[in-house]
Design a protein around this ligand. Structure first.
Ligand code: F0G
Length: 355
């Protein structure tokens, strides 16, 4: 007998998506990602709380974007689309390229020149998307693709497309199913602010369906150099090593504010060195390799914890939005140099400290 496997979010949560029929979905069996207890890192927090990582790097293209892309591409195909377009800091383009390839569509991705990580660029290329690098920021690229999609026959698959956000709600469904209830706090990185908006909508939809009673406090984390929501104004020149969230004027700004306000949560910012600390802690103490932007969520938890925000007993989930392999350059830039020795046993033993 065939073992039952995870079928992707449209089939697994069909009652929450009016269309398409699961049989018509363009899917790579996205979702069903692990909720990993962080039992070592939790000791960094001075009071006894419980801490999990929702590891979205385990999605088919290595980020949470696949949850929204399966729905957006499935519906675009139903409507007869022949081509997709998006602006991206890398993950949306990787996901659009993969789902577009699967559906037999042309895919155009517009990205900030030299500003996306190598792994993500490789993904867009290998899936045969047409990659257009613009000399500007993500914010410029998004403006261009919005205008193009308004007047030309290409389906826009950025998170300004409501299908994307509808699909991304599924992360909240899964967390509740995995924990048996919502956590007290849900921390996640914020760039264009679609994911915090969608996750919050997911919890609310699950509550409305009677699957949960208490809602979590949604806590969004921006990088200090790209923190328009925290600052309350557009950032003209966003700068952070977390390239995925290097965004100065988020499309779902209001959605993020609403999620934080309605849930009793907040939006905070963390520095690049706090992001790197969390990134290396996750990899070296928990065996979890996420990309720098993703580690902003844990950096936010640690920052809040050190400021005494938790009293003990809280259950905290952080979304780790993308896989670390997308951005190997950050590893080399932020780690000690590799060890090289002549090919002799004595040399290796000396490194081991056995000489
Ligand atoms: N983490 C990662 C790894 C991302 O790629 C993004 C966004 C975010 C967090 C923030 O999510 O935009 O919904 O607030 N990446 C987009 C992209 C902008 O083009 O791939 P958000």
């Amino acid at each position: 007998m065939m073992k039952t496997t995870w079928r992707g979010i449209i089939a697994e949560y069909a009652p929450f998506f009016g269309s398409p029929d699961p049989e018509e979905a363009v899917t790579l069996q996205e979702g069903g990602t692990p909720l990993i207890p962080l039992e070592t890192l939790v000791r960094e927090i001075p009071v006894p709380v419980r801490l999990w990582a929702k590891f979205e790097g385990a999605n088919p293209t290595g980020s949470f974007k696949d949850r929204g892309m399966t729905l957006a591409v499935s519906r675009a195909v139903k409507k007869g689309a022949r081509a997709l377009i998006c602006a991206s800091t890398g993950n949306t383009s990787a996901s659009a390229a993969a789902y577009g390839a699967r559906a037999g569509l042309r895919v155009f991705v517009v990205i900030p020149d030299g500003k996306i990580s190598r792994g993500k660029l490789a993904q867009a290329i290998v899936h045969h998307a047409t990659v257009i690098q613009v000399e500007g920021l993500f914010d410029h690229a998004l403006r261009i693709v919005r205008e193009v999609a308004e007047t030309h026959p290409v389906a826009l698959v950025n998170s300004v497309n409501p299908d994307r956000l509808e699909g991304q709600r599924s992360v909240a469904f899964e967390i509740v199913d995995q924990l048996g209830s919502a956590p007290d706090y849900h921390f996640l990185p914020v760039g264009n602010a679609g994911n915090i908006t969608a996750s919050w909508a997911g919890y609310k939809a699950y509550r409305q369906a009677g699957r949960l009673s208490e809602l979590p406090k949604m806590t969004g984390v921006q990088a200090e150099g790209a923190a328009p929501i925290v600052l309350g104004h557009v950032v003209e020149k966003p700068e952070t090593l977390a390239s995925a969230i290097r965004i100065g004027n988020p499309a779902s700004w209001q959605g993020a504010l609403n999620a934080a306000a309605e849930s009793g949560g907040s939006i905070l910012s963390v520095s690049d060195s706090e992001i790197l600390e969390a990134y290396h802690l996750l990899a070296s103490k928990e065996g979890v390799f996420c990309e720098p932007a993703s580690a902003a969520s844990l950096a936010g938890v640690l920052k809040r914890a050190r400021a005494g925000a938790f009293s003990g007993g809280e259950r905290i989930v952080c979304t780790l939005t993308g896989h670390g392999l997308k951005d190997p350059d950050t590893v080399f830039r932020s780690s000690p140099p590799e060890i090289r020795v002549p090919a002799r046993k004595e040399e290796v033993l000396a490194v081991l400290g056995f000489s």
